[in-house]
Design a protein around this ligand. Sequence first.
Ligand SMILES: [Zn+2]
Length: 166
Amino acid sequence: MNANSPSTHLRRCVQLAREAFEAGNPPFGSVLVSSDDRVLFEDRNRAADTGDPTRHPEFEIARWAATNLTADERAAATVFTSGEHCPMCAAAHGWVGLGRIVYCSSSQQLRSWQSELGVPAGPVAALPIQDLIPGTVVEGPVAEFAAEIRELHKRYQSWLASSNSP
Ligand SMILES: [Zn+2]
């Protein structure tokens, strides 16, 4: 059997992002994959589920990896994710010494989509991963997922606006 292609893992990330949205959370999902292409851990955003805005899947991956993998295994692993790591998650990724990152859409894309929707900037700057952890190999954005992720964020913002109205 052929190894999973990167787009198989990215497809799973988008599915997890959709599950996050369907449960009322910001639409983000991530998958941790070993050097021999096994899925080790996956998660989605749980900010609304838990009331903790730091419950990003990339942060959960870093913590899981610190507990469950050796330093060599972490360095050889790849984190696939629906959206580029925020600075908090990029820093966690760097501190635990994880390997390559592949993301579907960039923070810059997300910010521009949010601006189009009139969403104000969040409390944390949307810095590129490379500015925070310059030693990490980073790939993205991947164009084939852009429209779908944009649509998910648009639906999430509309849902937020309607659920916050009196
Ligand atoms: Zn994050």
